[in-house]
Write a protein that binds this ligand. Structure first.
Ligand code: XIL
Length: 355
């Protein structure tokens, strides 16, 4: 391949295998509809020290999502008080620049302070959880319009590990953790969009079937009890070496629509640890899996929002957790380390325009 231009790379992707690899079929004839709102998860460190990072947030995002600043580990490291300082920095910036804000998250098995993980009774767990949700959701009522209420409540493999992820909330409250969390959030801000957020929902295989089925069961159970739930968040940490389950996704999305549930992409990035070291091939691989996933997620019509977990390859959790064996830096996000758009960026734009 000659010099890499975005056009040539996109052309390359169009030619990769079946016609279905390129999504023209889902694009509307006219671009009359509104683009899908685009969100970026914001990391406090770079946000404070890198003006180019802030400029990219201003330039590209419709929505900002504090990446870690609203997690229990940040807000509640001290049992005696809430520390909203980090979250407030990002939220003030978002407001100043006319961005809407998504909140991540109110309940997770991970990233909790020690005093929370030490809870051993249902009574204490419920009290602490409800207090937290009421306090946090109330503080940002009218400001945070969409919440990841529960995050990663499914077991990694529900076929082998029981349906739910083990952790402080599950071990004390069982499946009631979801009911308590959604009910508390809905009571506190009846106007907020309440989302169940999870990973590994898009691929082929029994583990993924079981995870999709578990999501449907949670939603039906909440709805049977008249507890509001409005959306499913597909984290979409994508593995290029795994195939997207196009029919499985279509069927899942149809069932969600029948239940009145909105579809969100919440943490999109690409785990490029097994892709070629060659940058052109790597960026094509990253854009291709993004296109395959977005083809599935848009197959039943418009979606509610699409967020990436960061914006530039300069800062990403993928570089910490999914390091490449060859030591080459990861390239998981829409902009490269110098804030230049990569083919993945154009793929996201194409699909956003198809909303
Ligand atoms: C990650 C952040 O990106 C890291 O900075 C942090 O150290 C750990 O958490 N699924 C989620 C996110 O729901 O909250 C995680 O974010 C990534 C996986």
């Amino acid at each position: 391949m000659g010099r890499l231009t975005r056009r040539s790379v996109l052309g390359g992707i169009a030619g990769l295998g079946s016609a279905a690899a390129w999504p023209n079929s889902v694009l509307p004839a006219t671009a009359a509809r509104k683009k899908t709102p685009y969100g970026i998860a914001v990391e406090l460190g770079p946000f404070r020290k890198d003006p180019l990072y802030r400029a990219a947030l201003i330039k590209y995002a419709d929505i900002l999502v504090p990446m870690n600043a609203l997690k229990w580990g940040q807000l509640r490291y001290d049992k005696a008080r809430f520390d909203f300082s980090g979250a407030d920095e990002i939220i003030e910036f978002a407001k100043r620049h006319g961005k809407t804000i998504r909140g991540h998250n109110l309940l997770w098995y991970n990233y909790n302070p020690k005093w929370v993980d030490a809870i051993t009774t249902a009574r204490d767990a419920e009290k602490v959880l409800v207090e937290h949700i009421e306090r946090v959701v109330d503080r940002y009522r009218g400001t945070i319009s969409s919440w990841d209420v529960v995050n990663e409540v499914l077991a990694h493999n529900p076929l082998e590990q029981g349906r739910w992820r083990k952790g402080v909330w599950f071990s004390n409250l069982g499946a009631r953790q979801m009911e308590i969390a959604f009910a508390a959030a809905a009571r506190t801000d009846p106007a907020a969009q309440l989302v169940i957020n999870d990973y590994d929902l898009e691929n082929i295989g029994p583990r993924f079937d079981a995870r999709r089925e578990a999501i449907l069961q949670i939603i039906r159970n909440l709805q049977d009890q008249n507890i509001p739930v409005h959306g499913v968040g597909f984290q979409a940490h994508l593995y290029p070496e795994r195939e997207i389950d196009q029919p499985g996704m279509a069927a899942f999305l149809q069932k969600l629509q029948q239940l009145g549930i909105k579809i969100l992409v919440t943490e999109l990035d690409v785990i490029d640890w097994k892709l070629s070291r060659n940058l052109i091939k790597r960026d094509i691989g990253t854009a291709s899996i993004t296109a395959e996933f977005l083809r599935a997620i848009y197959s039943q019509g418009p979606i509610d929002s699409i967020s990436t977990w960061g914006i530039t390859d300069r800062y990403s959790w993928i570089s910490d957790v999914f390091k490449r064996k060859d030591g080459a830096p990861n390239r998981p996000l829409p902009l490269d380390r110098n804030y230049q758009p990569k083919p993945m960026f154009d793929i996201i734009e194409k699909y956003r325009e198809s909303n």
